[in-house]
Design a protein. Sequence first.
Length: 438
Amino acid sequence: MIQFANTRHTSSSEDTERPGDEIERLGDEIARLAAHIHAATYRLLVLIREFDEREGWGGGFRSCAHWLGWRTGIAPGPSREKVRVAKALAGLPLISGAMERGALSFSKARALTRVATAENEEALLELSEHGTAAHIEKIVRAWRRVDRQEDAEAERERHESRYVNLHVDEDGMYVLRGRLDPEVGELLEKALAAAADALYRKSEDGADAAVAPTAEQRRADALGLIAERALAAKSDEDGRPVGRAERYQVVLHVEANTGASVLESSGIGVPAGTSRRLSCDASLVVMTHDEDGSVLDVGRKRRTVPPPIRRALDHRDGGCRFPGCGLTYTDAHHIRHWAEGGETKLGNLLLVCATHHRALHEDGFTVELDGTGRPQFRRPDGRPLPAVPRAPRLGKDPVADLEREHRSRGVAPGPHTTTPLWLGEPLDLGLAIDLLRV
């Protein structure tokens, strides 16, 4: 007879319990919570899209991504991606539905929205169900590479078709026909509009309709003005332009006594806020006139902010100091303007980008230094704009609150909601691209 020593009976649950069951339950909980996060991320993207469409970020921020980075602590790159994906999902109902259920991660949605359209999203969604996020990224990169090759070939063909023909017809009129590259055509369109405005902005509103030029005639006259200005540009003995920096700078005349400001090229007056913004970080030339306007003396050109102070500013600030901005292409802003007695020294200067420099001078925003020397920005209504906003208050169990919120919306992801159907077989990238691009 065979005997088994030290044997004992266990319950049915203990009979079926395996050493790896606890780890399996832990993995299921991770996958289930990840699916809840995917669903919550979709809800976040919907809110971001609505916020962007209503321009809720408009109070001094450059874009919705800029505001999102400031308010939520998301880095600039991910902020821009979230706004991009949020906008793209508006036209992709199938991909949106999968993400809303928690079945599609943001990583997959981010990749799919780079190539997805209403026509191909069903096939792309099926692909995402069978592959990992790495598979989707690889396929999308290959897809876009093929698109770029096709676009490059189309661009080469389009560029080769450019031309301009100019000939005289039987009436002695010049006839102009042509095809231009898109960027050249856009440039010409803007130049014609600017020249036409320069020619006709002073015309009387009540001009005789019989002699008033049509839009086409205005463009013809504007083209002549563009040609005249091009030929009038200074050149050396070889016909090459000279003094490019001087030719293209904006010159602003500011009266010392009255503060009146006029742009030299157009004679248009500018508001005091604009003139102060332009003179915050510019070159200054002091000219003395007599009573009849004759120039008596011309001083040396000097920078409002000398180079040594500017270098110190760049080292101290590193970029725009407006909350959440940080752009490195900046102007030096006088906290108290030099026209009001403010000194050009580090303690009275701050780096801000062009957008926020305008906001401080013309849009009602203000900045001052607190007791520690840190800048404190305020909105036009006087409310402070903190560098780091206060974090939102959450409940004692945010995960449970999230799950309750999802249940109320009919979202109930399980441990395998986001598990792909991939069984480990090699990815046939060429076949995938061929099937998706039919």
